[in-house]
Design a protein around this ligand. Structure first.
Ligand code: HPA
Length: 288
């Protein structure tokens, strides 16, 4: 059976679902033309099958953002018949109203990183895909509706600035991103969202703020602690509370996300190339 949705999360997400009482049905690493996918964990809940993949590591933060392999992960998910993706990411905030521990569903992306392979279609004339809206509008609407009543502040719009990483930004870079209209800064949503669109996934991002970005608030430099002191212990505690709620939060969203009917543009993002006869029915023959 096709999974109803894939959750691409950060570190050890499968363990969080197991701790919430779910038993994984299976775990598999899928070989792809781009290398192996991260392990894909299959779960079932309330009659829905879903898969979970952790970008950065199974137990610890083993792989920093520029060394992720979103092409392999998305290829594997596509091969499993996945059509929808919820991307769970943890950015910094450029916006004083978006505090550590808040949930934010970005509506737009400013790609300031452009790291790593960012297309499935090098060397051909395909992939000139419109990116407004950049996240699936149907999945985003369902997500926001299902988030109503969540035990955390929820922000329904934000511009996510993507940087290459792994380093954090200078204070001047953060001033620039704020000037450009950014609300969040992180290292993972791009190129992932753009690659997902090339494979016609419905893709939506749900973020939780983990720190105020550099220079937004006055914080002494503290070697040896998380973000070198960019986040206070109180903020870190709020972040841990969201992380602890992650599996329950996803399970609460699952029925709404599974129910969207894909009347959005996402299943036809490559339609122009189909109509032109450049690509056929089998997406495996599209990618390079
Ligand atoms: N900058 C970039 N990426 C991040 C940050 C940040 O402040 N916090 C979490 N990921």
């Amino acid at each position: 059976m096709k999974p109803a949705i894939a959750i691409i999360a950060r570190v050890g997400a499968h363990q969080a679902f197991e701790a919430a009482g779910l038993k994984p049905e299976k775990t598999e690493v899928y070989p792809t033309p781009y290398g192996d996918s991260r392990p894909v964990h299959w779960f079932r809940h309330g009659g829905l099958e879903f898969v979970v993949l952790s970008r950065h590591g199974e137990a610890g933060y083993d792989l920093s953002a520029p060394f992720l392999n979103p092409r392999a992960n998305l290829y594997a998910l596509k091969a499993l018949g996945v059509e929808k993706i919820l991307a769970w990411v943890a950015p910094g905030s450029l916006n004083e109203t978006m505090a550590p521990g808040d949930l934010v569903a970005p509506h737009d992306v400013l790609d300031e990183g452009r790291g790593g392979p960012h297309t499935y279609y090098p060397g051909v004339g395909w992939g000139f895909i419109r990116n407004n809206p950049v996240f699936c509008p149907e999945l985003r609407a369902a997500l926001l509706q299902a988030l109503a009543g969540a035990p955390f502040p929820v922000h329904d719009r934000a511009v996510y600035v993507a940087t290459a990483g792994p380093r954090l930004e200078t204070a001047a870079e953060i001033r620039k991103f704020r000037f450009l209209g950014g609300d969040l800064v992180g290292q993972t949503l791009a190129p992932e969202v753009f690659l997902a669109r090339e494979l016609e996934f419905c893709y939506v991002g749900l973020t939780y703020v983990v720190n105020y970005a550099e220079g937004l608030v006055e914080r002494p430099y503290q070697p040896g602690v998380l973000f070198e002191g960019l986040a206070t212990p109180e903020e870190a505690a709020r972040v841990r509370a969201v992380e602890a709620a992650f599996p329950e939060l996803v399970l609460r969203l699952l029925p709404a996300l599974a129910a969207t009917g894909r009347q959005c543009p996402c299943p036809r993002l490559m339609e122009r190339y189909r109509l032109r006869g450049d690509i056929g029915a089998d997406w495996r023959t599209w990618v390079r």
